[in-house]
Design a protein around this ligand. Sequence first.
Ligand code: SAH
Length: 252
Amino acid sequence: MVHFVGAGPGAPDLITLRGAELLRSADVIIYAGSLVNPALLKMAGEDCEIYNSAEMTLEDVLEVMERAEREKKNTVRLHTGDPCLYGAIREQMDALDSRGIPYDDTPGVSSFCGAAAALGAEYTLPDVSQSVIITRMAGRTPVPEGENLASLASHGASLVLFLSAGMLDKVQEELLRGGAYTAETLAALVYKATWPEEKVVRCTVGTLARTAQEAGIRKTALVLVGDFLGDAYSRSKLYDPAFTTEFREGRP
Ligand code: SAH
């Protein structure tokens, strides 16, 4: 059987208990290269075969999984953060389906959650934003035209960009073209959230590219944009003394 496992954003104690147990009992681990903290691989048993998928094609990965299955071994496919975001798991799952190899998926803490934690931020602040847009800048890998960054930026919602820290000139341009953010809108770069070398830099949309250059950040970083990074918001209704909920009577 193949277990897809979310490794979490970096810190080895941010993997789930289930993920850790699967790692400990794995016969084969295929991990997603430098984005997975090597400390996690130390959980593996002595006889575990370990492969770095950064050096492999989809076909190579499937070959390892198929062989392991023939030998009645357990494979862990270890993806960074949560496998459901930019994990390329669907193509693996479909290939396993067509080969009749069973699999399951154990979620992990995505890096966009690790980045919010590093900033002490909440994406969904009352009267500021109640939506989080997770996307990427189109580069060598395209993004469907209906999701071009400028159009997503037109909402003014909390926005997280994966895989885009190396294209910040273009990112700035597109964010401003959307019309809802200005050059002064708050932004942040979080490099290697939850790793020992984590770096957090606050800036504005207009200074994203310069800030990244000064901080030496080019990859393994998230770009966060929106007024949720500021100080103005309304307090929650849920914890407002005057607000009645299913569990608590409001008092004037
Ligand atoms: N599935 C992963 C994302 C994989 S795509 C998740 O849920 O987080 C790889 C991109 O994720 C990187 O280019 C970077 O933009 C981001 N990323 C992954 N780990 C990160 C971390 N610890 N800190 C900041 N960004 C990270």
